[in-house]
Design a binder for this molecule. Structure first.
Ligand code: UD1
Length: 421
């Protein structure tokens, strides 16, 4: 199993390009199942989760041509196999996103129950209840979600109990081909939903309100392929900014967007970072200073993203002062604090709250990644630690960060991949 070896005492400094968004690319790839003619998706990040989604589409009979820049031509004209098998779905929770498109276009879908990051129970009940409200019959058999809508889906007004990104995406995609109008209330407002809606609109869907908590979709007969550029990855952007802040460094990140990262930028400024935005470039400079501790609570967009919590917790571990971080989206998403404490951090965990008193320096230790963003926090901790940190189970990080060693090496960090059994 591959590991990452990080030499401590690095300062993150230099310039890199930000990749396309994983969390936008995944639903967009699922949405290609809705198109009756070929479609082209550009700026996809080269990540294990994206490869898994492409493999899933391919095994359903979708034609896929990838060029060297990860521009992917996708042809879902058919015939399409409407089953998403366990072997592929188990490695990635986002596989559930094929459920809505399959059901909407082919009136049936059999999707294995999803796996993915071990950060709490992560149910999909709202995805299923929403599709039932649109007229589908859903049963669970042999670990498979079996959904049927022989007469097609119908438009409905549906209020989601919890703000769910994946649930909103699944129902949004399903509604594009439903008969009549669907109104999704209490919808997630994440930028990735806007990107997905833009792609669907490009294919002929009628959608208004994406990016607000009320999305209205007027069903159409069919969707046809188009070309779409995936938006930049705001979590990758935030991770490199936080790494620079934690190591008292300075970075220039190109091809990204500041407008979708406001909560994170505000907190980084509170930590003492000097941030400049120039078009699609974000620059951060700590002027060599130690970061100040920042407190926050995670919540759905536009509040502070849960996907940035672990990286900030690592920064807080070496910051000046004390902080309180409350995780409200996922249970078990503060698990990385135990590994940080093994490296000398002073973090007390009480339920879903982490109380951190910053220390001057961490000490290197062999640590284990437990989920995608937790592994990013261990990489940051490794950089600010004294000695060499070896991070195990980095397959988690490969799911979400494109060329992480190459990018950090370009930023002056001594980080290498140790390949092993
Ligand atoms: C997406 C992101 C993930 C991010 C999360 C929250 C992708 C591929 N992944 O995950 O990186 O951390 O949003 O911003 O985009 N819930 C239910 N019932 C459901 C669905 C969700 O109770 O049917 C709960 C979950 O347990 C969780 C909360 O709603 O507590 C939010 O989950 P959700 O927004 O659905 O996360 P994902 O779409 O899986």
């Amino acid at each position: 199993m591959d590991k990452l070896l990080i030499q401590g005492g690095s300062t993150v400094s230099g310039e890199i390009r930000i990749s396309g968004s994983k969390n936008s690319g995944l639903p967009i790839l699922a949405a290609t199942l809705l198109a009756t003619t070929p479609t082209t998706i550009c700026n996809l990040p080269h990540l294990n989760d994206i490869t898994t989604m492409l493999a899933l589409l391919r095994c359903m009979g979708v034609g896929i041509t990838v060029d060297e820049k990860m521009h992917v031509e996708i042809n879902a004209q058919g015939p399409i196999e409407t089953e998403a098998p366990y072997d592929l779905v188990k490695t990635m929770r986002a596989s559930i996103l094929v459920l809505g498109p399959l059901l909407a276009r082919f009136k049936q879908a059999d999707v294995s129950f999803p796996g993915g990051c071990a950060i709490g129970s992560r149910p999909v009940d709202i995805h299923l209840r929403g599709l039932e409200a649109m007229g589908a019959t859903i049963t669970v058999e042999d670990g498979y979600i079996r959904a049927r809508a022989p007469e097609g889906l119908k438009g409905v007004r549906y209020l989601m109990d919890v703000v769910t990104v994946g649930g909103t995406e699944n129902l949004l995609m399903a509604a594009t081909l439903a008969k009549g109008t669907t109104i999704l209330e209490n919808a997630a407002r994440e930028p990735e939903i806007v990107d997905l809606a833009d792609y669907l609109i490009g294919m002929g869907a009628k959608i208004t309100g994406a990016g607000t908590d009320r999305i209205e979709i007027e069903g159409v007969e069919a969707l046809t392929g188009c070309t779409h550029h995936v938006m930049p990855d705001r979590i990758e952007t935030g991770t490199y900014l936080t790494a620079a802040a934690a190591t008292r460094g300075n970075v220039v990140l190109r091809d990204t967007r500041a407008d979708i990262l406001e909560a994170v930028l505000i907190k980084l400024e509170e930590a003492g970072a000097d941030i400049t935005v120039n078009g699609t470039t974000i620059s951060l400079d700590m002027h060599g200073k130690r970061p100040k501790a920042v407190s926050f609570k995670t919540a759905p967009y536009p509040a502070f993203p849960t996907d940035m919590q672990a990286q900030f917790t690592a920064m807080n571990a070496v910051a000046e002062g004390s902080s309180t971080v409350v995780e409200t989206i996922f249970e078990n998403r503060l698990v990385q604090t135990h590994e940080l404490n093994r490296m000398g951090a002073n973090i007390k965990l009480e339920g879903n709250t982490a109380f951190t008193t910053g220390v001057e320096e961490l000490n290197a230790a062999p640590v284990m990644a437990s989920d995608l963003r937790a592994s990013a926090s261990l990489v940051i901790a490794g950089m600010v630690a004294k000695g060499d940190t070896l991070i195990d189970r980095i397959y988690h990080i490969d799911r979400g960060y494109e060329c992480i060693e190459e990018k950090f090496q370009a930023l002056g960090v001594s980080i290498t991949r140790v390949t092993g059994k």
